[in-house]
Write a protein that binds this ligand. Structure first.
Ligand code: NDP
Ligand code: OXD
Length: 322
């Protein structure tokens, strides 16, 4: 139970701009406004006087709009990703940004990635296909200890995934920008280590942020380095993967399958061939939904920090872009 952040006495009433069109958006707004009774909420596009806006809790606000708030003190993402902010060419300089780093969300993500890892490891796609043909055939099965799972990104969500997978006994590797030490995980970092990391990852879980460095990272070359028959689980952002190269890798047998939760264009267009590809499992960006009950107190606590003149908790590194 997170304690209600106290009202800051004597703090001039300013406004918070809210924009989040998810199913949970309204619950997040309600929770947040209950925790911040002294803050006036303006819900996009009803901004009022732009000079009133001191805080922005926004997901995919139309680009260019944040630049129109001269008194903005903090930008808070109601999700874990901040690519939607950095893609705004007019993102105001010098305004601190924070995102959600929520253990509950990490647990949700770890549950999803573990489920799909086991799905691939225990060949449920193979058996679904055999069942559709009423075929009774036993496919060879490796032990988990002989199967290496590679996790791209050892941040909040990647580390939670390794911890959820460890008890199953998988061989685990992780790749990050800077060296990370995580028990039971062979840790690699930096561009020079990517090829070796990929070449041993029979199941590849993508949990990288989308930045100029990672956009299109999983294209023909990277997919071609995976062991033949590897399985891809992408829960990060669709644009990390080059969709045409993914389809080619699935069709050539380089990949045995893919579980995709995120796409270049969302919702996935009706005519996208991924919808009907026999080797692809699709979910509609649900691997780790924001939980209003934990998100609202975390966002409220960030607002209070700024009102007290303190820095945001774990601000986003604007230079790194995540
Ligand atoms: P973090 O920022 O905590 O972790 C990011 C990881 O990626 C870090 O280990 C970081 O390295 C690594 N990384 C970043 N850039 C590079 C690079 N160029 N080369 C190598 N490694 C790199 O993010 P989270 O774990 O919280 O979230 C990851 C992403 O998951 C989010 O950005 C979001 O896009 C996505 N997401 C998807 C959801 C869904 O429902 N589908 C829900 C929530 C998030 P280092 O440790 O060295 O900094
Ligand atoms: C997030 C997301 O970044 O939902 O939180 O993708």
């Amino acid at each position: 139970m997170i304690a209600l952040p106290p009202v800051i006495e004597g703090y001039p009433a300013m406004a918070l701009l809210f924009h989040c069109e998810w199913e949970e958006g309204e619950a997040i707004r309600e929770g947040l406004s209950r925790l911040l009774p002294d803050v006036e909420f303006r819900v996009w596009p009803d901004v009022g006087d732009p000079a009133d806006i001191e805080f922005a809790v926004v997901w995919k606000l139309p680009h260019g709009r944040l630049a129109g708030f001269p008194n903005l003190k903090a930008i808070l993402s109601p999700g874990a990703g901040v690519d939607h902010l950095f893609e705004d060419p007019a993102l105001p300089e010098g305004v601190p940004i924070a995102r959600l780093i929520d253990p509950l969300m990490a647990g949700r993500m770890a549950e999803y990635t573990a489920a799909l890892t086991l799905w691939s490891h225990r060949k449920f796609d193979v058996y679904a296909d055999l069942q559709s043909r009423r075929s009774w055939r036993q496919a060879p099965q490796k032990d988990a200890g002989d199967r290496r799972v590679g996790i791209l990104g050892l941040g909040a969500l990647g580390r939670a995934t390794t911890r959820r997978l460890r008890p199953f006994g998988f061989a685990l590797s992780g790749w990050s920008r800077t060296l990370k030490e995580e028990p039971g995980v062979t840790s690699r970092h930096g561009d020079d280590a990517l090829a070796d990391f990929l070449s041993e990852s029979e199941i590849l879980v993508c949990l990288l942020p989308l930045t100029p460095e990672t956009r299109g990272l999983l294209g023909e070359e990277a997919l071609g380095r995976l062991p033949r028959g590897a399985y891809l689980i992408n829960c990060a952002r669709g644009s990390l993967v080059v969709e045409a190269d993914l389809l080619a890798a699935l069709d050539s047998g380089r990949l045995s399958g893919a579980a995709l939760d995120v796409f270049d264009e969302e919702p996935l267009p009706q005519d996208n061939p991924l919808w009907t590809h026999p080797k692809v499992r699709i979910t509609p960006h649900v691997s780790s939904l924001t939980a209003p009950e934990t998100a609202a107190p975390m966002l409220a606590a960030q607002v209070r920090r700024v009102q007290r003149g303190e820095a945001l908790d774990r601000p986003v590194d604007r230079d790194a872009g995540y």
